[in-house]
Structure formats: C-alpha cells, structure tokens
Design a protein around this ligand. Sequence first.
Ligand code: PHE
Length: 339
Amino acid sequence: MKEQLEEIRRKAIALLDECADIGLLDDLRVKYLGKKGELTAILKQMGKLTAEERPAMGQLANKVRADIEEKIAEKSAQINEALEEARIAAETIDVTLPGKKQPVGRLHPLTKVLDEVKDVFLGMGFDIVDGPEVEYDYYNFTALNLPPDHPARDMQDTFYINDNILLRTQTSSVQVHVMENKKPPIRIISPGRVYRSDAMDATHSPLFHQIEGLVVDKGVTMADLSGTLDMLMKRLYGEKCEIRLRPHHFPFTEPSAEVDILCFNCGGKGCSMCKGEGWVELLGAGMVHPWVLENCGIDPEVYSGFAFGLGLERIVMGRYGINDLRMFYDNDVRFLGQF
Ligand code: PHE
C-alpha cells in the first residue's frame, strides 16, 4: 500500500507539473482527490491493514493528499496569473502608435467672411433674405430702370435661358422682390451668386458673389448709407479703415456712388495693390431711384432709401491679401486650408 500511495503521489505531481489548463487541473483534482478518486480508493482499503500498520499508513495517506492539494493550489495560482498576464497583454494600448488622422474640413474663406458680414448687419437690425438666381428680365433689369435696349445693359451681359429669363447679373434684383412683398421700414441684406458672361482671369469670373443691401424708410439719407458702410468696413478691416464715396452712375440709384476704402496694404500712400491710388474700389451704392420705388408700389414722396452692392470676392481678397480670384474656385486644399 505504501508503494501504491507513493506511486499515486509521483504520478499526480508529474501530471500536475505538466498541466497548463484550468479545466484539466480540475479534472486531475477529481481524478486523485475526488470521492471516486484514486486516493479515496486506496483509503477504502485501510480496513484490511493491521492495527499497527494503520496509523503510519494513515499518516502517509494524509501527507500524499496534502502534497497533491498543495501542488494543485500552486498550479492554479500559476495558471491564473498567466491568464491574467495574457489578458493584460491582449488589452494593452500602445500609446506611442501614431493616431489615425481624421481629415477635418473648414469653412471656405468666402463663407467665413460672409458670416462676419451677416453678423455685422444682424447686429444693426437687418434681415437676411434670399432671392432667385434664375431671374426674369424684369427683376434683373427693367424694374431697375434698365428697360430693353437701354445701353447700360451691355455692361452686364449674362447667360440667357430664353428672351425673358436669365441668370441674374446682380443681387439688385432682390431689391425689387423685397419691396414688392414688404412695405417700409425695410432693412435687409441679400447675399448670393451672380453670373456674367466674362472670361475668367485674376479679377473676373463668370460666377461670383454679391451682397445686396437695402434700407427703405421715412427720412433715410445718404448719411445713413455712408455711416452704415463705414461701420461695416471698420468691423471688417479695423478701426483705422476709412471709406470715401465717389460720384458714379447706376440707373437704379440717384445719386449714385462708388465706395472706396483706404488701401489696407499701404494705408493710402499708394502701392501695387491699389495701383498707386491709395484707395481700393469695393462697391456700388446710392439712394434708391424714385422710379424704382414707384415700380414696386412704394410712394417716393413719403419714403426714401439707400442700396448698395458689395462684391464678396473683392472683400475677401483685400482681407487676406489674395491676388488671384481663381483660387477661390480651384478647390485646392493647400490654399483653402490657410483660412
Ligand atoms: N448692382 C450694382 C452692380 O452690380 C451695384 C449696386 C447695388 C449699385 C445697389 C447701387 C446700388 O454693379
């Protein structure tokens, strides 16, 4: 019996040493220490031993059991530790790996500056309105004192859908829509695309953007126009910015003016940007012509108004020192990423 016990211990310890799996470890525990296990089977034979043999054999059997139990505990700890290490290794994040870069878009410079312009006008109580880009001749020309065959039509050639419908050449068409639909007081700006049949070069594009402004109320004067534009330009270009109004002619405003700002590059001394002038032309403006008011059902004896039309591209070019308008439309991210 002694040999049997020793043999069980030898085998059990050898098998346990090899064991690297928690399920297998449990199988071995059952195989040796379980109720129907090998050790139990031997112990059941204790009855056959003599009274003298029994204590020593009992002691040995207990020792064997204890040794096997100890080995099982040791192995179980080892296996669990290895499992834990494997789990940690599997879950480890290598914080030194370079991240996956998410390409993030940004606002187009035209959109960015337009948003600023909108903010300035919203702050002054203006509404922002939208108008159609495909327009009737009447709104784009006739209602603005440019009847068919008027020579000034030649300055704004565009793309015709048919004799009566065209792509608008100016946002001034929105003035007419607004005045037809709303009675004074009117304070709006209307930004949007306009189209002209111009060849593309550094300062021309068949598609560009304007921001129309219109204010109609009792007692509106040229001073209101000047003050409004002065405020806008100071907000866009800084407090030092100055504007000047130069007499001009538009069929739908009287008097009319072209508005220049003190060159942002040289401050008025004259440079290549302002072509030595010291001033840069930015927009057209004037007092809404009485006939235009009348065309829209507003009594010019009671109301007066001013209007202006800003070229958005020109403002943005001045703002960032961009010298070629085509860059706005090239979709080159190296350019667009700078704003
Ligand atoms: N629509 C004119 C242009 O495109 C600008 C303008 C707008 C002038 C409003 C006077 C009043 O040139």
